[in-house]
Design a protein around this ligand. Structure first.
Ligand code: COA
Length: 378
């Protein structure tokens, strides 16, 4: 096999900001079930007439077995567990104050900059890439850029579960084209505001988190743990199976801006069945395009939506020849954190790799979207 010559673009640091509060499955189920019982009691007559369906109860055992999630971190616990509210309660910030999303973006960014040994003056561009931004404009990235004192440019981009990988792809392209030498790519995922806590099928899925990555040219790298990027690959296929129709147009269509279709909803089983084989195929093809097979890869940092889905992807790549260390799980503690899951897995599980070891980051989810990077420890 011809050795791959890296294009000289490197991931030199990552950062993770974990919210201060946790909500366990047990806490969540207790409040959902109290809400459902109250709902059923209040709507007894309509349920008896068949006009509306009775709300079935949730179960912590089901959640852990079906998804691997045991607990999740949240920006604000207040409100989520209140049966009168069933959504988090965030503080209001004035326009002159730092926004919540910029605040958590900065927390992860500072950690990534510290690990990469970079200061604001080393960075040319800021990409904020996540499933939702808390406003349309000005871009959260520009607010972060301003707060950190970074020159150059910043922009926001949305790509649901693949926002982190697609954001890294844009960072890579910027460095490859010469429009930036060092990019800060951040994923401040505030998912809990868009969770329908009244829906048994999805009330358990998400947590909040923020992650960040520094990418730079090989010649400027000084950090202890760094990775040559050997290749990037993205693919998208349209599907309505994971959807959140929240957006500015509902002001003009007179729809409830927070109706069930505006919040996160999915056909979880279809997603599971359709996305797992596509992700495994994508990974195999990406590796093959650089002359590698899955066996050449020491560590897979996979999207963290469902532990069974990741097991299925690994089975499609390896049969039974793999273990937990090959593809670490963080979903048990963090739940699904949209695009940030792959970076949490990377951040917590890369230091033990040795020079020359290969790793692969791969996200897959809403869109559908799949994004991967093949890395080699320097
Ligand atoms: N508590 C108890 N039972 C529940 C439940 C809950 N909270 N939610 C659903 N169930 C029930 C269902 O009603 C169903 O009952 P039935 O068999 O009597 O009809 C049964 O459990 C199985 O439901 P199903 O939807 O088939 O579960 P699943 O094994 O597919 O797991 C997900 C559901 C959502 C965890 C799983 O499909 C998933 O994670 N898919 C991938 C989704 C994904 O990656 N999305 C990306 C988001 S970014």
């Amino acid at each position: 096999m011809t050795p791959i010559s890296p294009p000289g673009i490197v991931i030199s640091g990552s950062g993770l900001w974990t919210p201060p509060y946790t909500v366990t499955n047990e806490e969540l189920v207790e409040s959902y079930n109290a809400y459902a019982e109250k709902f059923n009691e209040t709507h007894k007559a309509e349920i008896a007439d068949g006009k509306i369906n009775e709300k079935p109860l949730s179960s912590a055992r089901f959640i852990e077995k079906a998804s691997g999630i045991k607990s999740r971190f949240v920006y604000a616990k207040e409100g989520i567990l209140s049966t009168d509210r069933m959504r988090p309660k965030f503080p209001v910030r004035k326009e002159e104050e730092l926004s919540i999303q910029a605040e958590i973006a900065i927390a992860a960014a500072r950690e990534a900059m510290r690990k990469a040994g970079k200061t604001a003056s080393d960075i040319d561009a800021v990409i904020v890439s996540c499933a939702y931004t808390q406003r349309a404009y000005p871009a959260i990235a520009i607010e972060v850029q301003n707060a950190l004192g970074i020159a150059g440019f910043g922009f926001d981009m949305l790509m649901a579960c693949s926002a982190a990988t697609f954001g890294l792809h844009r960072a890579y392209d910027s460095i490859a084209s010469g429009s930036a030498r060092c990019v800060l790519a951040i994923n401040p995922e505030l998912m809990t505001p868009m969770v329908n806590y009244c829906d048994r099928e999805s009330h358990f899925i998400f947590g909040d988190v923020s992650t960040a990555v520094i990418m730079e040219k090989a010649e400027t790298v000084t950090s202890e743990h760094s990775y040559d990027i050997l290749g990037i690959k993205a693919a998208t296929f349209f599907s309505n199976n994971i959807r959140s129709s929240f957006g500015h147009v509902s002001h003009a269509t007179d729809e409830d801006p927070y109706g069930w279709d505006k919040l996160f909803h999915q056909s979880g089983r279809k997603v599971f069945d359709e996305v797992s084989p596509k992700a495994a195929e994508h990974m195999k093809n990406h590796l093959a395009s650089l002359g590698f097979t899955p066996d050449d890869v020491k560590r897979f940092w996979l999207h963290q939506a469902n532990v069974n889905m990741n097991n299925m992807v690994m089975k499609q790549l390896f049969g039974t020849r793999w273990n937990e260390k090959d593809a670490p799980t963080i979903i048990d503690r963090y739940a699904n954190t949209a695009s940030a899951g792959v970076i949490i897995a990377f951040d917590l599980h890369n230091q033990d790799l040795k020079k020359g070891d290969l790793g692969m980051i791969c996200s897959f989810g809403a869109g559908y979207s799949i994004g991967s990077l093949i890395l080699k420890k320097r």
